[in-house]
Design a protein around this ligand. Structure first.
Ligand code: NAG
Ligand code: NAG
Ligand code: NAG
Ligand code: NAG
Length: 437
């Protein structure tokens, strides 16, 4: 009997202790649809508070589509441990409960029973997200009512817009007990045609191409725009990729995620589409470093992490990311600016856009174009609002402009991934939105 009890105790304590690293955490799967299983990984805040629910819940979304938040976002950008498993001094966990979600389904540790269950539109992604959050609140009821913020980088920023709309609808209908207060789009893929058309001018102004290079890049970009305008979205995505190819050739491989650096040239027999897809999924600067890191991250996720988090054997972290990207290829070039207008017109959700100024892929000039076209009650007010400096640690970290529920943060000395590239500057938009940071 005693032996039996001891055995039961060992099993259950082992189960309870199932976690990776020393930080208090929760994780699990939610079946968001038939055949579609989404994984989340929560880190409770380490802030000195009586109850962790005194701090907001911040969702972090990686881009791609197909980039894993639990892997890339967590270990490479803002989680409690970095890729060498050392504590990260600026981790967002210091101020917030951070929820990493592997979405769309098929990304990271999320999986589908059949690839026909992968998502094909941003709205499907948003509906899956609402169901993920329903499952999350069911298990973690203490988070009901806690202020919720959705932060998405790159393609994650595009996803955050429709998630905001669908979450708000569900809250109004009383079918979820969340308290969504804001969404943030970090160097986001909001209006892909604007982004693609502004690479050339930015590179020319920065001295990274000459007039001839500029003209070749623009010819490619205008063709992507033409295909888009004709409703040939699938083809427009291929043309976007070939525009990237022209940029690589003409700049001798500028780093798309930070124009101050370059990607190493290497013989590459893959198509422009395959190269561009890999870049979007890995969401990181320096292709060579990325390759190195991805190998390590891939091994870390598929060995130590997989074991610690009791991931089913049949799931391989990252194995479906290309399929996730491919099924969204028709949606890839579509903007979500109408969704942003809808949020500003119809809800009281704060909408924050922040952008690292050294990024090329989701460059700041491309963001300014769609921001200036937004139609909402505050459009005129925003245009006339002052642009203020951001001072942190006695350094000018950037600028911000805000009106009503819309904010724009220009962050200096940062490429694509602002939380990592400029943690001090990041505090400005975190504090503005959440009052912590
Ligand atoms: C955090 O660590 C980085 C290098 O790992 C260092 O450059 C930076 O000064 C540290 N910041 C703080 C606030 O300790
Ligand atoms: C996956 O779904 C497709 C389309 O519904 C179906 O034709 C196929 O048989 C399914 N494959 C498996 C292995 O279930
Ligand atoms: C923390 O707050 C939540 C929500 O208000 C509550 O349900 C929970 O019991 C509290 N926990 C502690 C340890 O006080
Ligand atoms: C938002 O409101 C403005 C008027 O202030 C209107 O012109 C625009 O079409 C609206 N956009 C959406 C998506 O509802």
């Amino acid at each position: 009997m005693l032996v039996y009890l001891l055995f039961v105790f060992l099993i259950s304590s082992q189960y309870a202790a199932g976690q990776f690293g020393d930080f208090k955490q929760d994780f699990g799967y939610v079946t968001v649809r038939e055949g579609a299983h989404m994984f989340y990984w929560l880190f409770y805040t380490t802030a000195d508070v009586e109850n962790y629910t005194d701090r907001p819940l911040v969702v972090w979304l990686q881009g791609g589509p197909g980039g894993s938040s639990t892997g890339i976002g967590n270990f490479e950008i803002l989680g409690p441990l970095d890729l060498s498993l050392q504590e990260r001094n600026y981790t967002w966990v210091k101020n917030f409960n951070v929820l990493f979600i592997d979405n769309p389904v098929g990304t990271g540790f999320s999986y589908v029973d059949n690839n026909s269950y992968l998502t094909t539109t941003n709205d499907e992604i948003a509906l899956d997200f609402v169901n993920l959050m329903r499952g999350f609140y069911e298990k973690n009821t203490e988070f009901e009512g806690v202020p919720l913020y959705i932060y998405g980088q790159s393609y994650g920023g595009k996803m955050a817009v429709d998630m905001g709309i669908r979450m708000h609808e569900a809250e109004e209908a009383g079918t979820i007990k969340s308290n969504l207060r804001g969404i943030a789009m970090g160097n986001a893929w909001i209006h892909p045609v604007d982004a693609t058309l502004t690479w050339g001018p930015l590179l020319l102004a920065a001295g990274l191409v000459d007039q001839e290079g500029y003209e070749e890049i623009q010819a490619h970009a205008r063709e992507a725009e033409r295909l888009f305008n004709e409703g040939l979205y699938f083809q427009s995505t291929a043309q976007w990729a070939s525009t990237q190819g022209a940029v690589f050739r003409r700049t001798t491989n500028v780093d798309f995620y930070n124009i101050l650096t370059k990607m190493p040239s290497q013989p590459d027999t893959r198509s422009a589409y395959e190269i561009a897809r890999e870049m979007m999924i890995h969401d990181n600067s320096h292709m060579a470093d990325t390759k190195q890191e991805v190998v390590n991250l891939y091994q870390l996720m598929n060995n130590e992490v997989k074991q610690a988090l009791n991931i089913p054997d049949h799931v391989t972290w990252g194995s479906l990311s290309n399929a996730v990207f491919n099924t969204l290829r028709t949606d890839f070039m579509k903007p979500v600016t109408d969704g942003i207008e809808k949020l500003l017109n119809e809800t009281d959700i704060i909408v924050t856009k922040y952008n690292g100024n050294l990024d090329l892929i989701c460059d700041t000039p491309g963001q300014i174009l769609w921001v200036d076209r937004l139609k909402w009650d505050g459009a005129e007010g925003y245009k006339n609002a002052p642009r203020n400096p951001i001072w942190e640690d006695n350094k000018l970290q950037g600028y911000y402009k805000s009106y009503g529920n819309f904010r724009f943060f220009w962050i200096n000395v940062a490429g694509h991934s602002v939380p990592r590239d400029n943690p001090a500057g990041s505090r400005a938009f975190l504090r503005d939105m959440t009052s912590f940071g």
